[in-house]
Design a protein around this ligand. Structure first.
Ligand SMILES: [Fe+2]
Length: 187
């Protein structure tokens, strides 16, 4: 397993806890943003725990493992691809592909929903510029062929709503049993 992948549930929780030190927006940490995203998805899709946990971990690509083994922020990250790699061994392909596709979903929505761009936070607009901006027609068609297209759009819209500064979501440990239920046992 690659060094930067979560090894087990405790390691994933440690990565989430460490993400409290890194802001998605000023005053809103990656952890709070993930907790808010997961809570929105739990309310909208109570039976889809994988989608909820994908929301919880979707921005962990901004974290990397430091030389001492702890987790630290990594502002240079290609955070969709890196986030997918960090959770794939533990949480499986569906969650990893949702994490890996959440930037594509933003680019898709910018291309197909005229009102969507106005919902983006300043940081999301800033990162859009180097993530490839709006999708081309060919990219839109390819995205629409994805089996997880609807879940990706749902995750992305929750992502945009989950930026309420000062809103306290659940403690991260309330997600432990859900994560344990999904976690792959590695050998
Ligand atoms: Fe996000």
């Amino acid at each position: 397993m690659q060094r930067d992948a979560a090894r087990d549930v405790d390691d994933l929780i440690a990565m989430l806890v460490a993400s409290a030190a890194w802001d998605d927006l000023e005053g809103l940490s990656i952890l709070d943003h993930g907790l808010q995203t997961a809570a929105i998805l739990r309310a909208e899709h109570p039976d889809d725990v994988e989608l909820q946990v994908a929301g919880l971990v979707h921005d962990l690509g901004w974290m990397h493992r430091a030389s001492d083994g702890t987790w630290a922020p990594d502002p240079r990250a290609a955070h969709d691809r890196d986030g997918a790699n960090r959770v794939r061994p533990l949480l499986g392909d569906r969650i990893a592909d949702l994490v890996g596709g959440h930037v594509a979903a933003k680019r898709y929505l910018v291309a197909t929903d005229l009102a969507y761009r106005a919902t983006l936070s300043p940081r999301s607009l800033e990162t859009l510029a180097f993530q490839g901006e709006t999708m081309s027609d060919a990219e839109v068609r390819a995205f629409e062929d994805r089996r997880d297209r609807d879940a990706l759009v749902t995750l992305r819209r929750a992502d945009e709503q989950a930026k309420v500064i000062g809103l306290t979501a659940d403690d991260v440990n309330t997600w432990r049993s859900a994560i344990e239920g999904l976690a792959r046992v590695s050998g």
